[in-house]
Design a protein around this ligand. Structure first.
Ligand SMILES: Cc1cc2nc3c(=O)[nH]c(=O)nc-3n(C[C@H](O)[C@H](O)[C@H](O)COP(=O)(O)OP(=O)(O)OC[C@H]3O[C@@H](n4cnc5c(N)ncnc54)[C@H](O)[C@@H]3O)c2cc1C
Length: 457
């Protein structure tokens, strides 16, 4: 069986009918193919991918990090299972998989620069340890200085997870697909569209023609919104553009075996990348007045006026992917990030993160964090009103209105690290099997709130 087929040539080998079609060959779609094959060996799946390569969505901008210490119980369980799969990849992804994924467990170090932040970390660690997550610990200033003498004097305490790390996300996607023995991948599939008859899925339209199937997993990241809209189905998501950048250079004092460093609010983070570089990110919020550019239109949600006459301008959430996402890169993002880190870590001009050599070799990237929208993530107040919030929980569920349509979406900023468990959860839903863990019911589309489900960094 030919694994990869391009719609632009050799599409004759394409099956015209399969058991399951998966739309999108990112972390979510490829993991779904792997988990379906494990749950029902030989199941015939077709992963349809718009681009000429797999992993063509937000994972390209990802820092590829993973960690198990999450304050929200279903997320913690999801990451524990996923990191187990990653660290024991040869067991489920084939011989040699772990070497290919190249996981580096160098840890995460959340740094405190004042007593209030230190107290927050003590409380966080108590909460996490109370959940049974005992890999995480609180380090006082002396311990930080002993373990990380290169950090400088500004860090007075830290929260430390030595089991966190990073991996090669493209290798993960490739390994998922390789391990799914009954799966084929259609590349260059065009703007894949759902075909629905009555209220049930009957197949998908691709650039290589119609593929019949009774079950479709929608795993197209931000673009799931458009695929839904073209079929008159509302996909309850909102998108926030998020940036990252890599540098080919790193200052000497920041060693190759360092953990990922996370500063204080707004939480700029950085980790070593390759031998001599670094990769940076944080949840920088666009100020909409700067958002101008070709192909951009006016993507941000309009201001709303409430019953008291007050105007609320929503944050940087957008409803649909923009035609030219690069136009939303803020050219100042790298220098702002470096300045933030330099200020927090106390680097003087010319030193540490304030060394100008960082700016010489910047590769600036952007992707989407995809969130549940206000209809699927909200708190219910005492008076019955709803307060929406930015949920960290993916939606892993059957669509409530369309038979045969399943959703693996809203993977926010952790869709690489959560992919193995997300795949297993959606596979269970597709096959009508019990969930691998009952707590995963919290990823249901109609579960609007669970405790500690926000601000997870
Ligand atoms: C700056 C940044 C940093 C991040 N850092 C991390 C991190 O450190 N760790 C982590 O775990 N996660 C991180 N993430 C999040 C992670 O990248 C996403 O959660 C993850 O990529 C989501 O996977 P997905 O498969 O749902 O979507 P995507 O990765 O977006 O993949 C969707 C796929 O669907 C395809 N597609 C789109 N439209 C169609 C269509 N019509 N038909 C067929 N195919 C289509 C796309 O081409 C793409 O291949 C980060 C994200 C960003 C933006």
């Amino acid at each position: 069986m030919q694994k990869y087929i391009s719609a632009t040539h050799a599409a004759d080998n394409l099956p015209r009918s399969v058991d399951v079609v998966i739309i999108g060959a990112g972390p979510a779609g490829s993991a779904a193919a792997w988990a379906l094959d494990r749950a029902q060996p030989g199941i015939r799946t077709l992963v349809v991918e718009r681009a000429a390569t797999v992993g063509a969505g937000s994972s390209r901008a990802s820092l590829e990090n993973f960690r198990t210490c999450w304050p929200c119980a279903p997320l913690a369980r999801m990451m524990q299972r996923s990191v187990h799969v990653i660290m024991n990849a040869d067991d489920t992804l084939g011989a040699g998989a772990r070497d290919t994924l190249h996981p580096k467990q160098q840890g995460y170090l959340w740094c405190a620069f004042d007593e209030r932040q230190a107290a927050n970390f003590r409380a966080d660690v108590a909460h996490l340890q109370g959940m049974g997550i005992d890999v995480v610990s609180y380090l006082d200033g002396e311990e930080v200085a002993y373990r990380f003498p290169w950090l400088g004097k500004n860090v007075i305490a830290a929260k430390y997870d030595p089991t966190a790390g990073w991996l090669d996300s493209n290798a993960l996607i490739g390994r998922f697909l390789a391990a799914a023995s009954g799966a084929q991948v259609l590349l260059d599939a065009g703007d894949v569209r759902l075909r629905i008859e009555g209220s049930a899925v009957c197949g998908v339209e691709t650039a290589a023609g119609f593929i019949a199937t009774p079950r479709v997993v929608l795993a197209a990241g931000a673009w799931s919104v458009e695929i839904g809209r073209a079929a008159n189905i509302r996909i309850p998501l909102e998108l926030r553009p998020r940036q990252s950048f890599t540098t080919g250079w790193r200052h000497d004092a920041f060693p190759e075996d360092a953990p990922m460093l996370i500063g204080s609010a707004p939480f700029p983070h950085v980790r070593p990348e390759a031998r001599s570089g670094a990769i940076f990110g944080w949840e920088y919020r666009w100020h909409r007045k700067h958002a101008k550019g070709e192909g951009l239109g006016t993507p941000f949600k309009a201001s709303v006026h409430d019953e008291h006459g007050d105007t609320h301008t929503p944050d940087d959430a957008i409803e649909s992917p923009v035609a030219n996402l690069d136009a939303l890169k803020d050219p100042r993002f790298p220098s702002i990030t470096l300045a933030l880190l330099a200020r927090q870590f106390g680097d003087l001009p010319g030193n540490g993160f304030a060394d100008g050599r960082y700016m010489r070799s910047i590769y600036h990237n952007i992707g989407y964090y995809v969130y549940r929208d206000a209809t699927t993530a909200y708190r219910t107040n005492a008076d019955g009103s709803r307060t929406p919030y930015e949920s960290e929980r993916a939606i892993l569920d059957a669509h409530p209105d369309v038979a045969g349509l399943f959703l693996s979406i809203a993977h926010v900023g952790h869709g690489v690290m959560s992919a193995p468990a997300a795949g297993e959860i959606i596979a269970a839903k597709v096959l009508g099997q019990p969930l691998p863990d009952p707590i995963f019911a919290d990823f249901g589309i109609n579960v609007p709130w669970v405790a500690h489900d926000e601000n997870a960094l």
